[in-house]
Design a protein around this ligand. Sequence first.
Ligand code: NDP
Length: 346
Amino acid sequence: MFGLIGHSTSFEDAKKKASLLGFDHIADGDLDVWCMAPPQLVENVVVKSAVGITIEGSYIDSCFVPEMLSRFKTARRKVLNAMELAQKKGINITALGGFTSIIFENFNLLQHKQIRNTSLDWERFTTGNTHTAWVICRQLELNAPKVGIDIKSATVAVVGATGDIGSAVCRWLTNKSGIRELIMVARQQEPLLALQQELGGGSIKTLDNALPHADIIVWVASMPKTMEINVHNIKTPCLMIDGGYPKNLDEKFQGNDIHILKGGIVKFFKDIGWNMMELAEMDNPQREMFACFAEAMILEFENCHTNFSWGRNNITLEKMEFIGAASEKHGFSTIGIDKQKKPLAV
Ligand code: NDP
């Protein structure tokens, strides 16, 4: 059995969802009421893969909302309680979606194994980041030519290069994709220098210095809403892969020949018959989902019950190849540029 732990994109959305599900006592509550709300198992589903393997799964809403990020203890409690519920339900492999994997890592939740009378078994959880990284790389390789960019002569900037997903993307681009030049962007210098050493190349630039050189920009950092970026600094054509969460690049960049692709999203080969992606703002919620969620499904299809993606900067090329091959075998494909809205004129 697979599990997905998720959350609503905002407090407003969470209230709407609770109302739809008939949880009126929470729907009407303020943020303090929501801070106390326990996780909810909101849906069970049965899925058959393209090669005929049938699995069962559940979606658990952690009742976390991004407005709680500054409430450290609440965010921690939400994630741990949702993990406890997944384990108590006997779920073999559960993906930590949205902010939950970032809260797990950044708030060092590994120290909190004991939740009441449950000792969390880390082997039952995955961040899903290996599949997300692989999907972003394939989206880059498949879609750059569609917007007139030749990969072999392309300069690619990875914003969030030293993160778990970003470093895996940099590894793949350097060793597998055959790009001309890699530019790595993040705020802290030390991890950037360590990554440059590991890769044996790539240049380090600030965001402002990187943008004018990049034919392709991979965003794998959560961008503050207040960040100002000058679109006239951007080369055209330009492919931007929005791999961060929330996906808000299209609010910042609009221009002729600037193509923004939702990164880290996959599509299943047929309707799944679930409701859980309706509020995740997927264009086709019956088939599309975050790649991190799909990782838990793929691991269950493969009967691979282990914390496949875990910790920081442990994603190898071999693991990316394994999860990528299994993803295609079971009927997932990456979302492409052809179904995106036309870019607006400046
Ligand atoms: P990490 O915390 O491991 O990495 C974040 C990276 O972003 C670091 O390199 C960090 O470096 C950098 N960064 C953060 N803020 C800025 C900034 N203002 N400017 C430049 N760089 C910045 O995160 P993950 O790799 O786990 O996740 C990356 C993103 O992907 C997140 O937004 C996450 O929500 C999203 N995600 C998407 C999924 C999907 O399915 N589509 C699944 C899982 C995650 P430094 O601190 O030095 O700046």
